[in-house]
Write a protein that binds this ligand. Structure first.
Ligand SMILES: [Zn+2]
Length: 139
């Protein structure tokens, strides 16, 4: 193999949905997570792109967003131009999103630095925002 061939060599890691009998559905491992874990177990620290057959679900977007290499992660879907993970994350500026962001910034995400929370809007306009993890502690 010459130097030019090496420059274009790719390592591909495959993943698949994994469902387990007798356990709750939330224990399912999605294909995206399976492929990422496969790559990590093989020593990869930065993923360049992921090709999937459907837009990643919210759980997988969150999972990939918590990777330290997510900034440039390219999402490839059939029949579509490549996008980035950031294109699939919420960037809304409405009251609900602003409430979620305010609370998410108080969440505890020491290792991933991926602050997160859940915000719900009631029919009467009240907004409930919950931190998904423990709050930061002052030392
Ligand atoms: Zn998923």
């Amino acid at each position: 193999m010459d130097d030019n061939a090496l420059a274009f060599a790719l390592l591909l890691y495959f993943g698949a949905n994994m469902e387990f009998s007798g356990v709750p559905m939330q224990q399912t491992v999605h294909a995206e997570q399976s492929a990422v874990i496969h790559a990590r177990l093989r020593g990869e620290t930065v993923m360049a792109a992921i090709t999937i057959n459907y837009r990643p679900c919210g759980h997988c977007r969150q999972f990939m967003n918590e990777l330290n290499s997510c900034a440039g992660l390219q999402i490839r879907l059939p029949g579509a131009e490549p996008t980035t993970l950031a294109d699939h994350l919420l960037t809304l500026t409405d009251k609900l999103t602003q409430a979620a962001l305010a609370v998410a910034n108080q969440s505890y995400a020491l290792y991933s630095n991926a602050h997160s929370c859940l915000a719900l809007a009631a029919e009467d306009g009240r907004v409930y925002a919950l931190v998904a993890m423990l709050r930061k502690r002052r030392l």
